[in-house]
Design a protein around this ligand. Structure first.
Ligand code: ATP
Ligand code: MG
Length: 250
């Protein structure tokens, strides 16, 4: 087996909102080939943590490293260009564009000439090829010409992953990709995440515990912004503090 490849590291990052500490000195490693799940009750700070890693918001303290480089002061677009991809808790697709066009827009955002908006988009062959590959990888080939607004909820979440892939990331930060999905859609998404696992470092925020324990290699449990346990699924499942604080046992 090859040595683990550390792609993203959070070093004691915190974020305050006024008097509230939403994320409290969280440290976390993401390695290629692994899914690292972050779980916790509503308001535990999971989405805030993703926003801190992606660069959407700045930490009050602490450091974020991408491929060994300190990126704490980098903007979200700069981090995205360096290989950090993310999906959101709520859909962020363009409903009046087709599935394919949504992916091509995402692909263009990664390209250096994204500002050259007057060029005919279809001439941008690299973006077109990337978009096509991501549509296929996400299992949306048959739907590529459909307006994104007409997709089912599960298909929209698949499209979000495809759009994330179109930015050619090494790291995937996924905020509740299974939320609101039926059983079949959940299975489809889990298959996709399993396929993406080998080539990416994935951070998965998710409330579906069956899914988390199936797919995660490492699980971090947050309560009130802080990590109360982090380790293998077995370690977390058997951790007394986790069982009381999160899994509801007394
Ligand atoms: N922009 C903001 N301004 C002020 N407080 C915020 C802001 N964003 C989040 N918070 C607060 O920070 C805390 C953590 O919120 P966050 O959205 O990170 O939780 P979460 O773990 O993602 O919850 P959920 O499971 O419901 O998505 C909450 O108390 C929330 O109200
Ligand atoms: Mg959230």
């Amino acid at each position: 087996m090859s040595a683990p490849e550390l792609l993203l590291r959070a070093h004691t990052i915190s974020r305050r909102w006024g008097g509230l500490i939403a994320v409290d000195r969280v440290s976390l490693d993401l390695q290629r080939g692994t899914v690292h799940a972050v779980i916790g009750t509503n308001g535990a700070g999971k989405s805030t943590l993703i926003n801190l890693l992606s660069g959407e918001i700045a930490p009050s303290s602490g450091r974020v490293e991408l491929l060994g480089q300190d990126v704490t002061s980098w903007s979200q677009p700069r981090r995205a260009r360096a290989g950090l991809g993310r999906s959101y808790q709520r859909n962020t697709i363009y409903p009046s564009f087709t599935v394919f066009e949504n992916c091509r827009l995402a692909a263009q955002a990664r390209r250096p000439r994204a500002w050259a908006w007057w060029q005919d988009a279809s001439k941008c062959e690299a973006s077109t090829a990337t978009a096509q590959a991501c549509v296929e990888r996400a299992g949306l080939t048959d739907l590529r010409q459909l307006l994104a607004g007409l997709l089912s909820h599960g298909q929209k979440r698949q499209l979000e992953i495809a759009m994330c892939l179109a930015t050619e990331p090494d790291v995937l930060l996924l905020d509740e990709p299974l939320a609101g999905m039926g059983a079949e859609e959940t299975e489809r998404m889990l298959t996709l995440l399993a396929e993406l696992k080998a080539s990416h470092a994935t951070l998965l925020v998710e409330h579906d515990m069956d899914a988390v324990f199936r797919i995660a290699d490492c699980i971090t449990v947050m309560v009130n912004g802080a990590v109360i346990a982090s380790g293998t699924p077995d370690f977390v499942r058997n951790n007394a503090q986790v069982r009381v604080a999160y899994l509801g046992e007394h």
